[in-house]
Ligand binder design. Sequence first.
Ligand code: SF4
Length: 371
Amino acid sequence: MIDFSPDDRLIDAVGLGEIRRKVDAGERLSFDDGVKLYEHPSLSAVGALAHRVRLAKHGRTTFFNINLHIDYTNICMYSCRFCAFAAKPGEERAYLMTPDDIEARLKGFRGTDLGEVHMVAGIHPDMGYDYYLDIVRAAKRGKPDVHVKAFTMVEIDHMLKISGKSEVEVFADLREAGLGSCPGGGAEVLSDRVWRAVFMDKIGPNDWLATARKVQQNGFKMNATLLYGHVEKVPERVEHLVKLRELQDETGNFMTFIPLAFWPYNTRLQKYGDVTTGWNDMRNIAVGRLMLDNFQNVKAYWVMMTPRLAQTAQSFGANDLDGTVTEERITHDAGTTAPMLLPRDELVHLIESAGFEPVLRDTTYETLQPA
Ligand code: SF4
């Protein structure tokens, strides 16, 4: 298939020649390059640069998986200003899933091709360390062949604090319980200013990076996200990407970068935030692809950017469309217009109808099969 994207002369003509030469030479882009890519008026030129990196790394392959989200409690002792999901104990909408609930939910998928359960939630003030181990064990009891990808760095940090055990013991417990990997959330924006402005209750940039380092040094792979479209400024997004890139140089166990579009409804940032735009969504995919030269995968998370834009993102640097998801509460509480689930056939159609080749992956990108 021919890619109708701007050629070198056009990219150079809009003032991105220096960055193009670096990209073609495999040179690392600087902080200033990142700012320029975010602020450059030609989104199509930035996207074309990102697309050529995507083609070099993955050709026209786009990954997806068959997964299920379980947001096991919305009860949270923190009060991040961008969060519409959290509830306080006693609120009518507060809920907590027991290990039995989780086992029953997974049992319902026995005999299906569900490959992954993604479990994240609020930080419940009363649940002890054993609860976290129990819900992982429950998921594995429900469907023994499922990969459990669970716990943001906020949850891992909480477990390390309440366990009364050493770091090595905690990760050994999690592995024994059946944890397979960790998702990337909780960093939001790795900027002290943004942390102080909107999520100072929970761990900040330095603690998030330190916890991610521990996770990876203890043998778990994980993802990394960026929550964009609220109070953060362009240099703070670039700072975030540079910090992720530096940690990846050190550890090498980040699998995927996932830009997350902020949805403002029902949050305390509603009056400041706008609903994400396609322009912003494509820009974050493309700049992430270009700045994170040591990340293999960039995911267009359709729950936050909608399926149509996730499909388009395949031509802006993304090589992964996440999965079927099946049930998601966190972004839906904040007003996303995306559906709750995408059947496998629809995911495959989104990929193929944009001229890409769908490949079903497992969580860690080790087992791949054409769809
Ligand atoms: S973002 Fe997470 S930690 Fe913050 S209030 Fe919401 S559920 Fe709690």
